[in-house]
Write a protein that binds this ligand. Structure first.
Ligand code: HEM
Length: 276
Protein backbone atom coordinates (compact mmCIF):
# COMPACT_ATOMS: atom_id res chain seq x y z
CA UNK A 1 0.00 0.00 0.00
CA UNK A 2 1.14 3.49 -0.78
CA UNK A 3 1.57 6.49 1.48
CA UNK A 4 -0.89 9.29 0.62
CA UNK A 5 1.07 12.54 0.18
CA UNK A 6 -0.59 14.05 3.25
CA UNK A 7 1.14 11.39 5.32
CA UNK A 8 4.55 11.79 3.75
CA UNK A 9 7.04 11.75 6.60
CA UNK A 10 9.17 14.77 7.24
CA UNK A 11 10.93 13.92 10.48
CA UNK A 12 14.36 15.34 10.94
CA UNK A 13 16.99 13.45 12.84
CA UNK A 14 19.51 16.02 13.93
CA UNK A 15 22.44 16.51 16.24
CA UNK A 16 24.26 13.29 15.34
CA UNK A 17 27.81 12.92 14.14
CA UNK A 18 27.83 11.49 10.63
CA UNK A 19 28.16 7.74 10.54
CA UNK A 20 31.61 6.57 9.64
CA UNK A 21 33.29 9.71 11.04
CA UNK A 22 36.86 8.79 11.92
CA UNK A 23 37.24 7.75 15.57
CA UNK A 24 38.98 10.25 17.84
CA UNK A 25 41.71 8.20 19.58
CA UNK A 26 41.88 10.72 22.45
CA UNK A 27 38.19 10.33 23.34
CA UNK A 28 37.55 9.19 26.90
CA UNK A 29 34.42 7.70 28.43
CA UNK A 30 33.44 11.00 30.05
CA UNK A 31 34.18 13.04 26.89
CA UNK A 32 32.06 10.72 24.83
CA UNK A 33 29.12 10.87 27.26
CA UNK A 34 29.60 14.56 28.17
CA UNK A 35 29.52 13.54 31.82
CA UNK A 36 30.73 16.96 33.00
CA UNK A 37 27.67 18.63 31.40
CA UNK A 38 25.42 15.88 32.76
CA UNK A 39 26.80 16.42 36.27
CA UNK A 40 26.55 20.20 35.89
CA UNK A 41 22.84 19.91 35.09
CA UNK A 42 22.24 18.26 38.48
CA UNK A 43 21.60 21.31 40.66
CA UNK A 44 19.52 20.86 43.80
CA UNK A 45 18.26 24.13 45.29
CA UNK A 46 18.38 22.93 48.90
CA UNK A 47 20.79 20.90 51.04
CA UNK A 48 18.20 18.08 51.26
CA UNK A 49 19.67 14.80 49.96
CA UNK A 50 16.19 13.71 48.88
CA UNK A 51 16.03 16.63 46.43
CA UNK A 52 19.11 15.24 44.69
CA UNK A 53 17.36 11.86 44.31
CA UNK A 54 14.23 13.66 43.03
CA UNK A 55 16.24 15.47 40.33
CA UNK A 56 18.12 12.29 39.37
CA UNK A 57 14.88 10.37 38.88
CA UNK A 58 13.37 13.14 36.75
CA UNK A 59 16.53 13.41 34.61
CA UNK A 60 16.43 9.64 34.08
CA UNK A 61 12.75 9.85 33.08
CA UNK A 62 13.47 12.63 30.56
CA UNK A 63 16.31 10.58 29.01
CA UNK A 64 13.98 7.58 28.65
CA UNK A 65 11.24 9.78 27.13
CA UNK A 66 13.80 11.14 24.62
CA UNK A 67 14.77 7.59 23.62
CA UNK A 68 11.13 6.66 23.19
CA UNK A 69 10.53 9.65 20.90
CA UNK A 70 13.36 8.36 18.67
CA UNK A 71 11.76 4.91 18.49
CA UNK A 72 8.29 6.30 17.69
CA UNK A 73 9.73 8.65 15.05
CA UNK A 74 11.49 5.70 13.40
CA UNK A 75 8.36 3.53 13.57
CA UNK A 76 6.29 6.26 11.89
CA UNK A 77 8.95 6.84 9.21
CA UNK A 78 9.10 3.10 8.46
CA UNK A 79 5.32 2.89 8.06
CA UNK A 80 5.04 6.06 5.96
CA UNK A 81 7.44 4.80 3.30
CA UNK A 82 5.96 4.10 -0.12
CA UNK A 83 6.48 0.42 0.67
CA UNK A 84 5.77 0.39 4.44
CA UNK A 85 8.31 -1.57 6.44
CA UNK A 86 6.10 -3.13 9.11
CA UNK A 87 8.86 -5.39 10.47
CA UNK A 88 11.11 -2.39 11.17
CA UNK A 89 8.22 -0.53 12.83
CA UNK A 90 7.44 -3.53 15.03
CA UNK A 91 11.08 -3.63 16.19
CA UNK A 92 10.90 0.07 17.14
CA UNK A 93 7.60 -0.47 18.96
CA UNK A 94 9.12 -3.37 20.90
CA UNK A 95 11.99 -1.14 22.04
CA UNK A 96 9.52 1.64 22.80
CA UNK A 97 7.52 -0.71 25.04
CA UNK A 98 10.69 -1.68 26.92
CA UNK A 99 11.28 2.03 27.60
CA UNK A 100 7.71 2.58 28.85
CA UNK A 101 8.25 -0.35 31.21
CA UNK A 102 11.31 1.41 32.66
CA UNK A 103 9.32 4.65 33.01
CA UNK A 104 6.66 2.74 34.96
CA UNK A 105 9.34 1.06 37.13
CA UNK A 106 10.78 4.46 37.92
CA UNK A 107 7.42 5.63 39.29
CA UNK A 108 7.11 2.45 41.37
CA UNK A 109 10.60 3.07 42.75
CA UNK A 110 10.05 6.73 43.67
CA UNK A 111 8.11 6.46 46.97
CA UNK A 112 10.81 4.05 48.21
CA UNK A 113 13.48 6.66 47.44
CA UNK A 114 11.74 9.74 48.89
CA UNK A 115 9.29 9.76 51.78
CA UNK A 116 6.38 12.25 51.87
CA UNK A 117 8.07 14.00 54.82
CA UNK A 118 11.34 14.33 52.87
CA UNK A 119 9.43 15.61 49.83
CA UNK A 120 7.79 18.26 52.02
CA UNK A 121 11.23 19.64 52.99
CA UNK A 122 11.99 20.82 49.45
CA UNK A 123 8.68 20.81 47.52
CA UNK A 124 8.39 24.61 47.93
CA UNK A 125 11.44 25.21 45.70
CA UNK A 126 9.57 23.71 42.73
CA UNK A 127 7.36 26.82 42.54
CA UNK A 128 5.05 26.19 39.58
CA UNK A 129 7.36 23.60 38.02
CA UNK A 130 5.57 20.30 37.30
CA UNK A 131 5.88 17.22 35.11
CA UNK A 132 2.82 18.53 33.28
CA UNK A 133 5.26 20.93 31.57
CA UNK A 134 7.37 18.05 30.18
CA UNK A 135 7.40 18.83 26.45
CA UNK A 136 8.74 15.34 25.68
CA UNK A 137 5.76 13.73 27.43
CA UNK A 138 3.38 15.70 25.19
CA UNK A 139 5.42 14.82 22.09
CA UNK A 140 4.85 11.14 22.96
CA UNK A 141 1.10 11.69 23.27
CA UNK A 142 1.06 13.56 19.95
CA UNK A 143 3.18 10.90 18.18
CA UNK A 144 0.90 8.22 19.59
CA UNK A 145 -2.06 9.89 17.89
CA UNK A 146 -3.66 11.70 20.83
CA UNK A 147 -3.36 15.37 19.89
CA UNK A 148 -6.32 16.85 21.79
CA UNK A 149 -4.87 17.32 25.28
CA UNK A 150 -1.51 18.60 24.02
CA UNK A 151 -3.28 21.10 21.74
CA UNK A 152 -5.44 22.33 24.63
CA UNK A 153 -2.52 22.42 27.03
CA UNK A 154 -0.01 24.07 24.69
CA UNK A 155 -0.76 27.62 25.83
CA UNK A 156 -0.81 26.70 29.51
CA UNK A 157 2.42 24.71 29.40
CA UNK A 158 4.76 27.61 30.08
CA UNK A 159 7.15 26.07 27.55
CA UNK A 160 10.17 27.78 26.06
CA UNK A 161 9.75 29.26 22.56
CA UNK A 162 11.73 26.31 21.16
CA UNK A 163 9.55 23.73 22.94
CA UNK A 164 6.40 25.48 21.70
CA UNK A 165 7.72 25.43 18.12
CA UNK A 166 8.57 21.73 18.43
CA UNK A 167 5.14 20.87 19.81
CA UNK A 168 3.33 22.92 17.14
CA UNK A 169 5.39 21.21 14.42
CA UNK A 170 4.62 17.79 15.89
CA UNK A 171 0.89 18.55 15.98
CA UNK A 172 0.79 18.81 12.18
CA UNK A 173 3.13 15.88 11.41
CA UNK A 174 2.03 12.28 10.81
CA UNK A 175 1.50 10.24 13.96
CA UNK A 176 1.38 6.50 14.63
CA UNK A 177 -2.33 6.29 13.82
CA UNK A 178 -1.82 8.04 10.45
CA UNK A 179 1.04 5.62 9.78
CA UNK A 180 -1.12 2.62 10.75
CA UNK A 181 -3.89 3.76 8.39
CA UNK A 182 -1.28 3.99 5.65
CA UNK A 183 -0.65 0.27 6.09
CA UNK A 184 -4.21 -1.02 6.56
CA UNK A 185 -5.94 1.42 4.20
CA UNK A 186 -9.43 2.87 4.70
CA UNK A 187 -10.74 -0.15 6.57
CA UNK A 188 -9.60 1.32 9.87
CA UNK A 189 -12.22 4.08 9.79
CA UNK A 190 -14.73 1.93 11.61
CA UNK A 191 -14.31 -0.85 14.13
CA UNK A 192 -16.24 -3.41 12.04
CA UNK A 193 -14.03 -2.75 8.99
CA UNK A 194 -10.97 -2.90 11.14
CA UNK A 195 -12.07 -6.24 12.50
CA UNK A 196 -11.69 -7.72 8.99
CA UNK A 197 -8.10 -6.48 8.78
CA UNK A 198 -7.38 -7.86 12.24
CA UNK A 199 -9.02 -11.24 11.59
CA UNK A 200 -6.92 -11.72 8.48
CA UNK A 201 -3.82 -12.02 10.68
CA UNK A 202 -0.43 -11.09 9.25
CA UNK A 203 1.54 -7.86 9.62
CA UNK A 204 -1.49 -5.52 9.87
CA UNK A 205 -2.88 -7.51 12.78
CA UNK A 206 0.54 -7.63 14.45
CA UNK A 207 0.86 -3.89 14.07
CA UNK A 208 -2.62 -3.28 15.50
CA UNK A 209 -1.69 -5.43 18.47
CA UNK A 210 1.56 -3.52 19.02
CA UNK A 211 -0.37 -0.22 18.97
CA UNK A 212 -3.00 -1.55 21.37
CA UNK A 213 -0.29 -2.63 23.82
CA UNK A 214 1.60 0.68 23.43
CA UNK A 215 -1.69 2.41 24.32
CA UNK A 216 -2.35 0.18 27.34
CA UNK A 217 1.25 0.58 28.57
CA UNK A 218 0.67 4.33 28.71
CA UNK A 219 -2.62 3.75 30.57
CA UNK A 220 -0.51 1.81 33.08
CA UNK A 221 2.00 4.70 33.26
CA UNK A 222 -0.80 7.21 33.97
CA UNK A 223 -2.34 4.92 36.60
CA UNK A 224 1.05 4.26 38.26
CA UNK A 225 1.75 8.00 38.27
CA UNK A 226 -1.61 8.69 39.95
CA UNK A 227 -0.90 5.97 42.56
CA UNK A 228 2.61 7.36 43.19
CA UNK A 229 1.22 10.91 43.54
CA UNK A 230 -1.35 9.71 46.09
CA UNK A 231 1.51 8.02 47.98
CA UNK A 232 3.57 11.22 47.94
CA UNK A 233 1.03 14.04 48.47
CA UNK A 234 -2.27 12.28 49.23
CA UNK A 235 -5.53 12.25 47.31
CA UNK A 236 -6.58 15.89 47.70
CA UNK A 237 -3.45 18.10 47.65
CA UNK A 238 -3.10 20.31 44.56
CA UNK A 239 -0.26 19.90 42.09
CA UNK A 240 2.48 22.49 41.66
CA UNK A 241 1.37 22.79 38.02
CA UNK A 242 -2.05 24.15 38.98
CA UNK A 243 -4.32 21.06 38.76
CA UNK A 244 -6.25 19.45 41.60
CA UNK A 245 -3.51 16.79 41.81
CA UNK A 246 -4.44 13.09 41.99
CA UNK A 247 -8.06 13.79 40.97
CA UNK A 248 -6.86 15.33 37.69
CA UNK A 249 -4.41 12.46 37.17
CA UNK A 250 -7.07 9.76 37.71
CA UNK A 251 -9.28 11.49 35.12
CA UNK A 252 -6.39 11.18 32.64
CA UNK A 253 -6.22 7.40 33.12
CA UNK A 254 -9.43 7.14 31.03
CA UNK A 255 -7.65 8.35 27.87
CA UNK A 256 -7.06 5.84 25.07
CA UNK A 257 -4.93 6.62 22.02
CA UNK A 258 -6.83 4.14 19.82
CA UNK A 259 -10.40 3.67 21.11
CA UNK A 260 -11.37 2.06 17.82
CA UNK A 261 -8.78 -0.71 18.28
CA UNK A 262 -10.22 -1.53 21.70
CA UNK A 263 -13.71 -1.47 20.20
CA UNK A 264 -12.56 -3.92 17.52
CA UNK A 265 -11.12 -6.17 20.25
CA UNK A 266 -14.54 -6.27 21.95
CA UNK A 267 -16.14 -7.08 18.58
CA UNK A 268 -13.87 -10.12 18.23
CA UNK A 269 -15.48 -11.55 21.37
CA UNK A 270 -19.02 -10.48 20.43
CA UNK A 271 -18.69 -12.16 17.03
CA UNK A 272 -17.36 -15.33 18.61
CA UNK A 273 -20.24 -15.37 21.14
CA UNK A 274 -22.81 -14.73 18.35
CA UNK A 275 -21.46 -17.54 16.17
CA UNK A 276 -21.38 -20.17 18.92
C1 HEM B 1 7.18 13.24 44.01
C2 HEM B 1 7.04 12.96 42.72
C3 HEM B 1 5.93 13.51 41.88
C4 HEM B 1 4.79 14.15 42.22
C5 HEM B 1 4.27 14.50 43.62
C6 HEM B 1 4.08 14.46 40.99
C7 HEM B 1 2.89 15.14 40.94
C8 HEM B 1 2.24 15.48 39.80
C9 HEM B 1 0.96 16.18 39.73
C10 HEM B 1 0.14 16.60 40.95
C11 HEM B 1 0.66 16.37 38.44
C12 HEM B 1 -0.56 17.10 37.86
C13 HEM B 1 -0.13 18.45 37.34
C14 HEM B 1 0.14 19.44 38.45
O1 HEM B 1 -0.80 20.11 38.89
O2 HEM B 1 1.30 19.56 38.86
C15 HEM B 1 1.71 15.77 37.65
C16 HEM B 1 1.74 15.70 36.28
C17 HEM B 1 2.72 15.06 35.57
N1 HEM B 1 3.87 14.47 36.06
FE1 HEM B 1 4.30 14.16 37.98
N2 HEM B 1 4.80 13.97 39.94
C18 HEM B 1 5.94 13.40 40.42
C19 HEM B 1 6.94 12.76 39.69
C20 HEM B 1 6.93 12.65 38.33
C21 HEM B 1 7.94 11.96 37.56
C22 HEM B 1 9.15 11.21 38.11
C23 HEM B 1 7.61 12.13 36.28
C24 HEM B 1 8.39 11.54 35.14
C25 HEM B 1 8.41 12.01 33.93
C26 HEM B 1 6.40 12.92 36.21
C27 HEM B 1 5.77 13.32 35.06
C28 HEM B 1 4.56 13.98 35.01
C29 HEM B 1 3.86 14.24 33.79
C30 HEM B 1 4.30 13.85 32.40
C31 HEM B 1 2.68 14.90 34.14
C32 HEM B 1 1.54 15.29 33.20
C33 HEM B 1 0.56 14.11 33.24
C34 HEM B 1 -0.76 14.40 32.60
O3 HEM B 1 -1.16 15.56 32.40
O4 HEM B 1 -1.43 13.39 32.29
N3 HEM B 1 6.01 13.19 37.47
N4 HEM B 1 2.65 15.24 38.51
Amino acid sequence: MHAPDAYACSHQFSGRAPRGASPDQGTTYSDYLHLAELKASHQPRTQERAESRFIGLHHTAELLLGQQIEELDLAITSLCEREPNVAAALTCLRRSRALTEQLINLLTLLPGMISPAEFATFRHVLGNASGVQSAQFWVIEILSGHRETARRRLRALDSSAEETRTLEGRLTSPNLWDAFLNVVGGSADDAAGLLNALSSGGPAAELANALRMHDLDWVRWRAQHAIMVEAMIGAVASGTGGTNGARYLWSRVQIRFYPILHEATSLVHQHRAASS
